[in-house]
Design a protein around this ligand. Sequence first.
Ligand code: TYD
Length: 135
Amino acid sequence: MNNIKIIKFRVNRDNYGNLVPIENSVDIPFAIKRIYYIFDVKHNIRRGFHAHKKLTQVLICVRGSVNILVKTPLEEKTILLNNPEKGLLIGPMIWREMFDFSNDAVLVVLASDFYKPSDYIRDYEKYKKIFKAKL
Ligand code: TYD
């Protein structure tokens, strides 16, 4: 699927535990302008329901697990994030929904830009039109 990628981070393992470093443009292909994290999400909650026009993000479930649906008018897949050693890169113009958060899930998101409501497409029909116009 275009604009979707699993990133396997380098892990420093030693007798004291594990450490994952993430450096701008080294471990992920952009400079981080914003970080946010999502936690304490009830199991029956589904959230997201949007695409971004320009934003690229990397989602890392640093504790627990969560399912991420990524979808375009052409294809869709569900990716289980349950490993702090892996990130899911989601580029522009991908519809996403997040669901089945475990009680302990902490989803950290690294973003390529500041929070800009104008970059969101929250209506799936509108998203489909914009996506198809770009084909
Ligand atoms: P929302 O976009 O609804 O989250 P999700 O896509 O995961 O369902 O964001 C929830 C609230 O947080 C909403 O009021 C907007 C706010 N928010 C910020 O203030 N800054 C941010 O960087 C993000 C992602 C959300």
